[in-house]
Design a protein around this ligand. Structure first.
Ligand SMILES: [Zn+2]
Length: 251
């Protein structure tokens, strides 16, 4: 799972380009991609009802081997049917154990022990699994921990052909920002969205737990952000990451 060290970097407001996408389709609006990573029960319990109450579509980056997939598979099928994206987050959530504060990475899960071929293979197996759940042949990928190398070799480049977009990699000239909030208030979430520079076209907000589980934001804070976005539809275009990136690619 994404851990504190990653979050500190993200909380610092790191600007993470995603691609060379074009965002003219937005007009004067800013795109908002809400994602829910790691396949957690609290997302099903708290985030999905809140999203659906506003008609917002989001992206759920699934770990096929996670506990929630075993126990709540039907619920993930339902949210896919509702129009949310099931995104790829690899098969076992491997991350590089040699980076700072990665003591939690087990040797099995350590990307430093992988070859690029193994990393690629596991991501592509996850795609097959996700297609079995939702019937979709297109989706986006969020690399676990945003790590892009296995055994010091890039494995992302060869995956690009398999996805509509890969979050957190590439260069879009600062058109997007990315934040993974933890333990913040609704007002802080809203202030973040309001404070993003005007030339930014896409705001990625990555949630983990919502009202429970790890790296969480309260249900109340999450709902406050969604209510703010719903009340300001003339300024914000909220959609799944795949829908936003498809529109950008077709622009
Ligand atoms: Zn993750």
């Amino acid at each position: 799972m994404i851990k504190v060290s990653v979050l500190i970097a993200l909380l610092a407001g790191v600007i993470t380009p995603v691609s060379n996408a074009q965002f003219q389709f937005l007009g004067d609006k800013t795109a908002i991609s809400l994602s829910y990573d790691d396949a957690l029960v609290s997302q099903l319990e708290n985030a999905v009802p809140a999203l659906n109450s506003h008609g917002f579509k989001a992206s759920f980056y699934i770990i096929p081997t996670s506990q929630a997939i075993k126990t709540r598979l039907e619920d993930f099928k339902v949210l896919a049917k509702q129009g949310h994206e099931l995104g790829n987050h690899s098969l076992f959530h491997p991350c590089s154990g040699s980076k700072l504060h990665r003591e939690w990475v087990t040797s099995e899960q350590n990307l430093d022990n992988y070859t690029p071929e193994r990393a690629i293979r596991e991501v592509l197996i996850a795609n097959v699994f996700l297609q079995a759940i939702d019937g979709q042949t297109q989706r986006t990928f969020t690399p676990p921990c945003f790590d892009t190398q296995a055994a010091n070799k890039d494995f992302i480049d060869r995956l690009k052909a398999h996805f509509v977009a890969i979050k957190g990699v590439g260069n879009d000239n600062g058109q997007s920002v990315l934040w993974a909030p933890v333990g913040v208030s609704g007002q802080q979430l809203i202030e973040y969205v309001k404070g993003v520079p005007q030339d930014v076209r896409l705001i990625n907000i990555l949630f983990h737990g919502v009202g429970g589980d790890h790296l969480s934001v309260s249900s109340h804070a999450h709902s406050q952000l969604l209510a703010y976005l719903a009340a300001n539809k003339e300024h914000y275009y909220v959609d799944s990451y795949i829908n936003i990136m498809k529109k950008a690619a077709n622009n």
